[in-house]
Ligand binder design. Structure first.
Ligand code: 0RA
Length: 647
């Protein structure tokens, strides 16, 4: 029973009891509020608390946020906003801050109705965080006082107390996720850092500090005065850009704020990220649609406009219908951020913006300002046009190449590559495909495998570096065609990957444990990442880990996957032993390969994760892309681990 200062039990009214019962619902069905009780849900709590501070920043009252990850996995979020109000709420008869933390969906929406622009994916309310926390403490600085209150599993265990005087304002929330609710309460600093970085880009000028008391070397400050302009520069960091200063516009109409930053790079891929109220709208929506329409139209209008002096003229087949969206988005990096009062989130993952009024506003603002920019910057539009025209030519060439490939043999279903040793299992869910480096290891794998469910595709030498090549070259490369055909997928420029066609639900990359093997692995991952990303996202790609050493002692063989474990073992072994170091898969006989690397009972395979597409992209670009400097830098930094990395 909660006692007040005079040590009398606090009398709860019917209304207050109702409020507390609301939180029980969140504890009974946590997934309904936060999606899952796994890692996603756990990090959702951090997002929720941070988003409240970001709302305060968006409203213009806060410019500093600090997030601290403590050793017991509790999390603190501090902001220098106005402080959550503490006055007595007229319905609950509780202080406003207590109401916010105990009433479902109270959020920032209570009180002044128009206060917040957030909502959607997060916005379940900080009360849900409270409900799902073992304990939570809130400290509010406002009206010259410091207020404090503690909750356990959502329920107040103290009153809101004044604990100090202050001249500052702000809110501090510390909570520890409830181990009774979550599978694991270990907060992943990389996931938190990724989100904070995104938020700092999207909210120019807001300084977000991350402190990890468990791993202080991860401490970072995210602070970008340039906002999404810096975001775009960051996305293009290791790429050759067509113009150095991103094109930036902002505008506002009917309470809808929009911001767009655009920069092209010399590559062939499109990287357009859209956000609504700071939420990454992975499924796009009306803001993205408006952006695409306006971009294509503005570029085509310029191309067709005969009144521009000295403009370069293009005449080629296929241009009569104008440039297509895909043409003008080749090499495009852009960030679109809209902020609006009542965002409607639709789609499978509720990350598609539905508000129809946004489409026209984005496209009219972009159209007007971009055409002005083109007139003032003829060199820039010239570069964009040259690039788009060459994309159009490549599109034509790719179409011809695909037709050729289809006619010849590659892509029609059924025509499996000759060197594939298939398996007999019928259910794709239980079939595995090993992509094996080299014909000799491929041979051992064919002999050592379980023919029922394991198929082998030997790869000869190095596959094409897809980062540097256009699609028609990729699709006509022999090794790549073999991989695509064997997997059963149709990979093309406008087809969404259809995984119902997938012939194996585990695709396992098996390369030598040396520098060449690493290189081939990176090339394959780049291929999957660029052209079959869904396979990575759905967790279908794995990496086999062949052992590095065989230790023989007492008529026994034991395999080791790293030097450290081997040394530890040898220490304990006094008598006779023999160490064999494997330089390649080829040095193992089929039985050994089976036992150490292929047998599901004994092998070690690592699932390739795509937690963070952005950072993976950065890595791939750096290692595989056209720019030499960042690659040199990377190799230099890692030279201790990799003696020669001939990328
Ligand atoms: C409602 C109204 C006001 C501020 C806030 C909520 C607020 C909430 C959070 C959550 C984390 N940090 C926050 N900072 C502020 C405005 C009250 C006023 O007019 O002073």
């Amino acid at each position: 029973m909660v006692k007040n200062k005079a040590n009398d039990p606090v009398q709860y009214t019917a209304k207050q009891i109702q409020v507390l019962e609301g939180l029980e619902a969140a504890r009974k069905r946590p997934s309904m509020y936060i999606g899952s009780t796994g890692s996603r849900g756990l990090h959702h709590l951090v997002d929720e608390v941070v988003d409240n501070s970001i709302d305060e920043a968006m409203a213009g009252y806060c410019n500093k946020i600090k997030v601290i990850l403590h050793t017991d996995n509790s999390v603190t979020v501090i902001d220098n906003g106005r402080g959550i109000p503490v006055d007595i709420h007229n319905i609950t008869k509780l202080p406003a801050v207590t109401t916010v933390l105990t009433k479902l969906h109270a959020g920032g929406k209570f009180g002044s109705g128009s206060y917040q622009v957030s909502g959607g994916l997060h916005g379940v309310g900080v009360s849900v965080v409270n409900a799902l926390s073992e304990w939570l403490e809130v400290t509010v600085s406002r009206d010259k006082k410091v207020y404090w209150q503690r909750f356990e599993r959502g329920k107040p265990v103290s009153e809101l107390e004044v604990i100090d005087k202050t001249t500052k304002t702000g809110t501090q929330i510390t909570y520890r996720s409830d181990p009774e609710i979550f599978e694991d309460i270990n907060v992943n600093v990389d996931i938190v850092a990724h989100r904070l970085k995104e938020l700092a880009f999207l909210n120019a000028g807001v300084k977000i500090e991350l402190i990890d008391e468990r791993e202080p070397e991860k401490n970072t400050v995210f602070h970008y005065e340039g906002g999404i302009v810096e975001f775009v520069k960051y996305l293009n960091k290791n790429k050759d850009v067509l113009f150095s200063k991103p094109f930036y516009i902002s505008g506002k109409k009917d309470d809808i704020e929009i911001e767009i930053a655009i920069q092209y790079n010399a590559g062939y891929l499109e990287n357009v990220l859209s956000f609504a109220n700071n939420i990454h709208t992975e499924e796009g929506g009306t803001h993205l649609a408006g952006f695409k329409t306006a971009l294509t139209k503005t570029i085509n209008d310029y191309l067709k406009n005969d009144s521009i002096p000295n403009a370069k003229r293009y005449s080629l087949k296929g241009l009569e219908q104008g440039l297509l969206g895909n043409d003008v988005r080749e090499g495009l990096t852009a960030v679109i951020s809209v902020k609006l009062l009542n965002p409607q989130f639709e789609g499978q993952t509720k990350t598609k913006l539905g508000n129809s009024e946004v489409r026209g506003i984005v496209s009219s603002i972009l159209n007007e300002k971009l055409s002005g920019f083109f007139i003032e910057n003829p060199d820039t539009i010239q570069k964009i046009l040259d690039k788009s025209i060459s994309a159009l030519k490549a599109r034509e060439a790719a179409r011809r190449a695909r037709e050729l490939v289809r006619q010849k043999n590659g892509f029609s279903l059924g025509a499996l590559p000759g060197k594939l040793a298939d398996c007999s299992e019928k259910d794709p869910l239980h079939r595995e495909l090993f992509l094996v480096e080299g014909d000799s290891a491929g041979g051992s794998a064919k002999q050592g495998r379980d023919r029922k469910f394991q198929a082998i595709l030997p790869l000869r030498g190095k596959i094409l570096n897809v980062e540097k090549a256009r699609i028609h070259k990729v699709l006509t490369n022999n090794e790549i065609r073999a991989i695509i055909t064997a997997s059963g997928l149709q990979v093309g420029e406008d087809d969404e990957l259809d995984l119902s066609q997938l012939r194996y639900h585990k695709i396992i990359i098996m390369t030598d444990a040396d520098v060449d093997g690493e290189h081939i692995k990176t090339l394959l991952l780049t291929l999957f990442y660029r052209y079959m990303r869904k396979l990575v996202e759905e967790g279908k790609i794995f990496i086999a880990r062949p052992p590095l050493y065989k230790l023989s002692y007492n008529q026994k063989n034991e395999y080791f996957y790293n030097e450290e474990e081997l040394q530890k073992k040898i220490k304990d072994l006094k008598g006779n032993y023999n160490i064999q170091r494997y330089k390649g898969l080829g040095e193992m006989n089929p039985a050994q390969l089976w036992e150490t690397t292929m047998n599901p009972e004994t092998r070690v395979v690592k699932r390739v994760e795509l937690e963070d597409a952005l950072e993976a992209d950065e890595m791939f670009t750096m290692l595989m892309g056209g720019k030499v400097e960042p690659r040199k830098e990377f190799i230099y930094q890692h030279s201790a681990e990799v003696l020669e990395l001939d990328v």
